[in-house]
Write a protein that binds this ligand. Structure first.
Ligand code: IPM
Ligand code: MN
Length: 353
């Protein structure tokens, strides 16, 4: 079989439990599909920073970029902070800018058997939020101007940075249409170009790129209206593309409509590297109790398999997760945790592979 090299970052809090679940499923699906695995651990994250003073070891970015893909658990701990209160582990920033993974791709899909925060049915919520991942307001991370009684951060939009992520969104819309998902693919540009000039540039670049894709519909939504429509009319969406900070906020909002943060995985895609992680944080209060929902990590694994060209294995993982919910083998509590714990989800998915 083909060899798939996967670098693994277990992460902080619930990260190790989630990653263990995903590795168990990965080993099983690899065996069934004739994939030879080469799994390498890369210690990284907030706990690692506390111990070593570094979020990642020297040479880590090269090792991560050399692997076919990176499977990563959530990172961050509330007490590992800079004096100003921002994240000191900074792994998100280290990896996203360090690996130049410019597209943060977040599929949002309501599974059969799952109740979201709105009255929609499975099939009505099935879109992908594409978050720009290397600039926007996050470019100001650690670089804002801070005085005693005022602080300012800058939102950076570049033509090149916008063009590449918007292009990614249009290509993705085409692929989804090819998969028979929509009669006519569409990309929505989400911004606040009515207020901020940075967003006006984002929109102008979006329009330029859209002109190269006559087969894909293009429209605009202001971010506030997008927040409304993601709740009230999620069936209207196919692919959305937006600035970093807007994407951070709207992806959590979107997750609430499909059963919570535990239901959403993400792909961080660059030209030379890719890593796959849940959209949520490390939930330290849940850590070590076997209560966390591994679905976000399992769906991230499916994205990893798809990205590395293992489509049948990716489809198998996705279908097994879907059936576990559809059959009622996994049910979520009001808080979004699996009622019978992390291991029961892993077992239900393994049974259905
Ligand atoms: C996410 C997370 C990160 C972010 C945090 C953990 C820094 O919320 O991936 O959405 O803000 O990007
Ligand atoms: Mn977030």
């Amino acid at each position: 079989g083909r060899t798939l090299s996967v670098a693994v970052i277990r992460g902080d809090g619930i990260g190790p439990e989630l990653v263990e679940s995903a590795l168990t499923v990965l080993r099983a699906v690899a065996q069934r599909h004739g994939i030879t695995l080469d799994v390498r651990e890369e210690p990284a994250g907030a706990e690692h920073y506390r111990r070593t003073g570094r979020a990642v070891d020297p040479g880590a970015l090269e090792r991560l970029a050399t692997a076919d893909a990176v499977l990563k658990g959530p990172v961050g701990l509330p007490d590992v902070r800079h004096p100003d209160g921002t994240e000191a582990g900074l792994l998100g920033g280290v990896l996203r800018t360090g690996l130049d993974t410019f597209a943060n791709v977040r599929p949002v899909r309501l599974l059969p058997g799952v109740r979201g925060a709105t009255r929609h049915e499975p099939g009505e919520i099935d879109y992908v939020l594409v978050r720009e991942n290397t600039e926007g307001l996050y470019a100001s991370r650690g670089a804002g101007v801070v005085a005693r009684d005022a602080a300012a951060d800058q939102l950076l939009v570049t033509r090149t940075g916008t063009r590449r992520v918007v292009r990614y969104a249009f290509e993705l819309a085409r692929r989804r249409a090819g998969g028979g998902r929509r009669a006519r693919p569409e990309v929505v540009c989400v911004d606040k170009s009515n207020v901020l000039r940075s967003f006006a540039l984002f929109r102008a670049v979006f329009d330029e790129v859209a002109a190269d894709y006559p087969d894909v519909a293009a429209r605009h939504l202001y971010a506030d209206a997008a927040a409304h429509d993601l709740v009230a009319h999620p069936e209207r969406f196919d692919v959305l593309v937006m600035e970093n900070f807007l994407g951070d906020i709207l992806s959590d909002l979107a997750a609430a409509t499909v059963g919570g943060l535990g239901m959403c995985g993400a792909a961080n895609i660059g030209d030379g590297a890719a890593y796959f992680e849940p959209i949520h944080g490390s939930a330290p209060s849940l850590a070590g109790r076997g209560l966390a929902n591994p679905t976000s990590q399992l769906l991230s694994l499916a994205l990893l398999l798809e990205h590395t060209g293992h489509d049948p294995a990716a489809a198998a993982v996705r279908a097994a997760v879907e059936r576990a919910y559809a059959d009622g083998a996994v049910a979520l509590t009001a808080a979004g945790s699996p009622a019978t714990g992390t291991a029961s989800v892993t077992a239900a998915v393994l049974e259905r592979l």
